[in-house]
Design a protein around this ligand. Structure first.
Ligand SMILES: Nc1nc2c(ncn2[C@@H]2O[C@H](COP(=O)(O)OP(=O)(O)OP(=O)(O)O)[C@@H](O)[C@H]2O)c(=O)[nH]1
Ligand SMILES: [Mg+2]
Ligand SMILES: [Zn+2]
Length: 244
C-alpha cells in the first residue's frame, strides 16, 4: 500500500482477509515512505495500520532512499512471497530493489490522480539473491471476497475476542443488552469505522456464500436433468432395439 495518497484502511482489511484465508502470512508494506513529510506523521500512519491489522507486521519502506529495505529483505529471504496491491503502489520497484537489479519495468503513476498505469501485466516468479522467490503481480483493480469468513474473522480478531464477553453467545452486536462490542465502542476502545467495516465484510461474505450455494444448487439440478434425459434416451434406444 502506497503512502503517496490517503490510506484506505478498508482496502487493507479486504486484502488481509483474503491473505489470511489463503493460508499465507500477511505482511503490510507501506511503500513510498519518502513522500511522507516527517517522522511523526509516518509514525501515526504506521500506528493506524497496525490497529487495523492486529498480529500483522507493518513495514514502512522507501525504494527511493532504501529506508526499511533491510528489514524487508530479512522477512522475505528464503521463503515464497507474493506482492499484492493496486497499480502504481510500487510493487515492481520494490521487486527490483529486493533483486538488486532492474528486472521489472516500472512506470510513473498518472499525475492527476496518482493511479498506476497497469504496467505489470503478467505474474512473474523471481529468484531472490538471498534465497527464496518473489512473485510480482499486476495491480489489482479491486478486491472482492470469495468465501473468506475465516480470513475476515482473523482480520477483526479483537472484535471476536470482545464478542466472547457479550451476554448472549449469538450476539450480533447490534443493540443487544450486555454487548461487550458496543460497550467497547462507547468507551472508545474500539473504533466505529472498524465495526462498520467488519459488518460490511461479513455481509458481503454471506451474500457471496449464498450466491455460490444457489449456483451450486442450480448446477446440481441441471446435472440431474441431463442425467435423467440421458437415461431416458438410453432406455428408449434399448426399447427401440428390442422392438426391431
Ligand atoms: N517516491 C517514491 N516513488 C516510488 C517508490 N517506489 C515506487 N515509486 C514510483 O511509483 C511509480 C509506480 O511504480 P511501479 O513499481 O511501476 O508500481 P506497480 O505497483 O508495480 O504498478 P503496476 O505494475 O501497474 O501494478 C513509479 O513511478 C515509481 O518510480 C518510492 O519508494 N518512492
Ligand atoms: Mg508492476
Ligand atoms: Zn455483542
Amino acid at each position: 500500500m502506497s503512502l503517496a495518497g490517503e490510506l484506505d484502511l478498508g482496502r487493507i482489511e479486504r486484502f488481509l482477509a483474503l491473505a489470511w484465508e489463503s493460508g499465507a502470512q500477511p505482511l503490510i508494506v507501506l511503500t513510498k515512505a519518502d513522500l511522507v513529510p516527517d517522522a511523526v506523521t509516518l509514525g501515526h500512519l504506521v500506528q493506524d495500520v497496525e490497529t487495523t491489522a492486529p498480529g500483522v507486521t507493518v513495514l514502512p519502506v522507501s525504494a527511493l532512499d532504501g529506508d526499511g529495505l533491510d528489514g524487508l529483505v530479512a522477512l522475505v529471504s528464503g521463503g515464497t512471497s507474493v506482492l499484492l496491491g493496486q497499480s502504481g503502489a510500487g510493487k515492481s520497484t520494490l521487486a527490483n530493489a529486493l533483486l538488486g537489479d532492474e528486472v521489472m519495468v516500472v512506470q510513473a503513476t498518472r499525475d492527476a490522480d496518482g493511479k498506476g498505469r497497469h504496467t505489470t501485466t503478467t505474474r512473474n516468479l523471481l529468484a531472490l539473491p538471498g534465497g527464496g522467490v518473489l512473485i510480482d503481480t499486476p495491480g489489482l483493480r479491486g478486491v472482492g471476497l470469495w468465501d473468506a469468513e475465516t480470513g475476515v474473522g482473523q482480520v477483526f480478531a479483537e472484535i471476536a475476542e470482545l464478542g466472547e464477553k457479550c451476554r448472549f453467545q449469538d450476539c450480533a452486536h447490534e443493540s443487544e443488552p450486555g454487548c461487550a462490542v458496543l460497550a467497547a465502542i462507547a468507551s472508545g476502545e474500539l473504533g466505529e469505522r472498524r465495526l462498520e467495516s467488519y459488518r460490511k465484510l461479513i455481509r458481503e461474505n454471506q451474500r457471496i456464500v449464498a450466491k455460490t450455494d444457489a449456483r451450486l444448487r442450480a448446477e446440481i439440478r441441471k446435472d440431474w436433468k441431463r442425467k435423467g434425459a440421458e437415461g431416458k434416451a438410453a432406455m428408449e434406444a434399448k426399447r427401440g432395439r428390442w422392438r426391431s
